[in-house]
Design a binder for this molecule. Structure first.
Ligand code: C2E
Ligand code: CA
Ligand code: CA
Length: 595
């Protein structure tokens, strides 16, 4: 280790400090400084001309091998630097894609390959092929990302060493690796011939996370295998069909540029999947979004083609799913913006940029404060305070919402404990939880642990869960709701009336209340029909023994009408908009003074 120590330059956690002048005494870091004495073992692996980078996720430092530096025309010394310093070397059009992909690696999907542009010592940009592998500890916690890069389109080290990826374990399809090899070969051929004879179809199962949340991972995997079989039946035996990533497929087709084969095949695929699949004795309808990208002579490696195909599939998904989209250049902009947002959201969570605002829910009869609904906000460093509509979908699709969701529960409990201790209020907090969070393994246990940690009792919180096609209809969701009730945590159905729930379904669910969606209160005073619906919902809910909150009360007339209809609780701008914790404190004080 002693010899290696002198090789590291440290620029840790200081912005703008990836320096390339010779190391001075002051800049030399010992391994103990950066990783507790373990050393960056991977730096010894300057294999076959590849540069190696090791990203230590626990300390957020990156160590570059000497060869890595050399590839960029920099002095051949190993370095340790911040992630930000690395980011600044990456071409701005590629940075979001690179870091979102690396951040997106999971224990289930630990490997990736991509190409990106990096700034060299002479300020020119060089395209690199990068292969990365995530390393997790024994508890499955992400600890390091190891990446190899070189400036050749096809990686030099043998892929056979990663043999297990050649075939998909769960189905008779090719694995990601075999597909990448074939795609690399096709890209090389296309570049040589200067003409395009192949297309790639990226196929994504619509709403797969919801299916997985409702039926469990194992059943969902069986479903994917069955989908794979039907896909295989749609193409020529010589074409490649692969499982790509965790819940995606891709197809590589020979298809000359004047042939409409790609669209024909994607239509065939849509048709082949039209019949429902049987899962746990239930018929499950599956639709897919298909993105089509032609392999072009301008492509450099497999990753470039899949990037285009995935931009197209994303476009198909954003247009509502169950359709196919052909790649065009404009799609990169949309994908880039989304990847940028994903990367920013990860930083936002790590840097504590999320806040909770609280909106009072008061008794319709007495006007007393009964609950405070916690609503998430993002204090964006340049764009100001952002509402959930600006980021919640992306947060959910990256899987980050599960971690953020735990933070929300903890933060809300800590805040309420402070207020209660100060005697400011005895209300409970209403917390929004997506059905996906609810059925995530360990969520309820974590909530119970958070309650114990913060000294909160189960009666201090209520969960608001939106109605969802899957929720309540599956054993997993039902078990979660029953468990919550056993722990004494209230659950209310949110946005009632907008989804699929009926009052009979409500009877089966172990929930204590419902919240009528605010759309029912629009033109409420002048629309007798809407008033009648709201009145009927309130009466039936009372018969079923659950309470009713009306949200979106903006005018006194609405409030008065709701009182007549016997509504229990109300919430809306007329009473108070969502406020910061200080704002709520002041709101409570003002009301105490005026009462
Ligand atoms: P929601 O659960 O239906 O929350 C009520 C939304 O209506 C809030 O929007 C609130 O600011 C807004 N609102 C309240 N009173 C009125 C009113 O009188 N008139 C009108 N027009 N709007 C009113 P916000 O804060 O933008 O939240 C939007 C949605 O984002 C929430 O809808 C909820 O589904 C979701 N959300 C918010 N925070 C969280 C969270 O912490 N976790 C999860 N999973 N979802 C959250
Ligand atoms: Ca809500
Ligand atoms: Ca709502």
């Amino acid at each position: 280790m002693g010899k290696q120590e002198t090789k590291y330059w440290i620029a840790r956690r200081r912005p703008g400090t990836l320096r390339f002048e010779p190391p001075s005494e002051r800049m030399i870091a010992s391994n103990d400084d950066v990783d507790g004495g373990n050393g960056y073992f991977s730096l010894a692996l300057d294999v076959a001309g590849d540069g190696v980078v090791e990203w230590d996720l626990t300390q957020q430092v990156v160590a570059f091998s000497a060869r890595w530096c050399e590839l960029m025309g920099l002095p051949a010394v190993s370095m340790v630097a911040t992630v930000e310093a690395w980011e600044r070397l990456v071409h701005q059009d590629d940075a979001a894609m690179l870091f979102a992909t690396l951040n997106g690696l999971t224990a289930a999907c630990p490997r990736t390959e991509l190409s990106y542009r990096v700034r060299c010592a002479d300020a020119s940009y060089k395209r690199m092929t990068l292969r990365a592998t995530l390393v997790c500890d024994a508890n499955g916690v992400r600890t390091r990302i190891l990446a190899w890069q070189n400036d050749r389109p096809t990686p030099s080290t043998s892929r056979a060493s990663l043999g297990e990826l050649r075939d998909d374990a769960a189905s008779p399809l090719a694995g990601q690796l075999l597909m990448t090899e074939r795609l690399d070969a096709v890209v090389a051929q296309t570049r040589r011939e200067g003409r395009s004879n192949f297309v790639m179809l990226a196929i994504d199962v619509d709403g797969f996370t919801a299916i997985s949340a409702s039926y469990g991972k194992e059943a969902a995997n069986r479903l994917l295998a069955a989908v794979g079989e039907r896909l295989r039946s749609c193409v020529h035996p010589l074409d490649t069909v692969a499982r790509y990533g965790c819940d995606e497929f891709c197809v590589l087709l020979r298809c000359s540029s004047d042939s409409p084969l790609a669209t024909t095949v994607s239509e065939q695929i849509q048709r082949a999947l039209a019949d429902p699949f049987m899962l746990e004795g239930r018929a499950v309808a599956v639709s897919v979004s298909v993105g089509i990208a032609r392999v072009l002579p301008t492509h450099y490696c497999a990753a470039d083609v899949s990037r285009d195909a995935y931009a197209a599939v994303h476009h198909a998904k954003m247009s509502g799913g169950n359709q196919c989209a052909l790649f065009d250049d404009g799609m990169h902009e949309t994908t880039k913006a989304r990847l940028q947002l994903e990367a920013e959201l990860r930083h936002a969570f790590e840097r504590g940029q999320f806040r909770l605002h609280y909106q009072p829910i008061v008794s319709c009869v007495t006007g007393a404060l009964v609950s405070l609904e916690a609503l998430i906000r993002w204090e964006h460093p340049t764009r100001g305070c952002l509402p959930p509509s600006a980021f919640l979908d992306v947060l959910a699709s990256t899987g980050l919402l599960n971690d953020v969701g735990r933070w929300i529960v903890g933060e809300a409990c800590r805040q309420l404990a402070t207020w209660r201790k100060a005697g400011a209020c005895d209300a409970y907090i209403s917390i929004n939880v997506s059905p996906m969070q609810l059925v995530e393994q360990g969520f309820i246990e974590d909530v119970v642990a958070i309650l114990a940690e913060t000294g909160a009792s189960p009666g201090w919180i209520a969960f608001e869960i939106t109605e969802d096609l899957a929720l309540g209809d599956t054993e997993i969701a039902m078990r979660a709701l029953i468990k919550l009730r056993e722990h004494g945590i209230r659950v209310r159905i949110d946005d009632f009336g907008t989804g699929y729930s009926s009052l009979s379904y409500l009877q089966r669910l172990p929930v204590g209340g419902l919240k009528i969606d605010r759309t029912f209160l629009e033109q409420f005073e002048s629309d007798a029909h809407r008033r009648a619906i709201v009145g009927a919902i309130i009466q039936l809910a009372h018969v079923l023994g659950v309470d009713v909150v009306a949200e979106g009360v903006e005018r006194r007339e609405q409030l008065e009408e709701l009182r007549v209809l016997n509504c229990d609780l109300v919430q809306g701008y007329f009473l108070s908009p969502p406020l910061s914790s200080d704002g709520i404190r002041q709101w409570i004080e003002r009301r105490t003074l005026s009462s």
